[in-house]
Design a protein. Sequence first.
Length: 318
Amino acid sequence: MDMKRLVKKALARCGLEIRTTRMARLQAVFEAALVEWIRRDFRQELTGPFSVTGIVFSRDRAMQLHALLESWFANAQGSARMVVLWTVSDHEHEASYREMIALWGDKVEWVREADFRADLVRLVESDASSHLFFLTDDGIVLRPFDLSDALLPDPGRRVFSLCHAPDLDWCFILGKNQRVPPLRAVGQNLLAWNWAEGETGTDWNFPLSVDGKFFSRQEMALLVRDLPFRNPNTFEQTLQIFQPLFVGREGVCFSQAALVNVPCNVVQTQFDNPVTGAHSTAELNAHWRKGERIALGDFRNLSPREAEVRKFRFVERE
């Protein structure tokens, strides 16, 4: 398949209707980055010691963000610089995020969004870590994992995913079963596959997502430098122009998924993303303002398919 068709398929998953001028601009961004990408040869192994930064995108979801951070620090074994790039739509959500900053200020860096693109590019380019991953605030960590397993020495050849596992046989965004490609053992509780062998448009064929995939920080800095985007959704969308550089790589995952996104609501209007509709942001913020949190024990050790449709139960915050 030629590059243009491959990019169009990847962008279609993100809901982008390609127009000639839009595609021409993205094509120019890809070609300019490709020259530098080839020159720097990101396929070479990184030299240790390794370090990692996680950038979390958050809007109007203080309670869900709290669940993500609480589950992350309870289960991620190892050190990561965690940065939350956040924004709100009204003063009620603002008050909740101020509480969050007070609760997590000693473990998390908080960046109030001014211009999403400029903020993200600055964070990625100025960071000193060897590896980088993104998260959205509707994620929950399901079980303990060793962060060092995700810091592969060759992210230019292999992309580690916290969300994948052999039982990831349902694609929520497409609303259908998905074929799990052939997996092979590559270490204790670690499995590998080729992203190119995943069913087109499904999770197994989608390495450039913002839900716990681990990249070379320097490579990502090059890719985002001239990429046009305005928010997390358009960032993930336009990132797909670089699919030709990633689809031939291997994926690596745990034998059980460490992370799942729980899509119970939406905080953007650009795309008609599927959600369960189980809880609105207003409802969750009301529970948060009453001093409650999500009962994370209900999600411990669930499969991705079970976790992503489970309703929240609320308990009092300590």
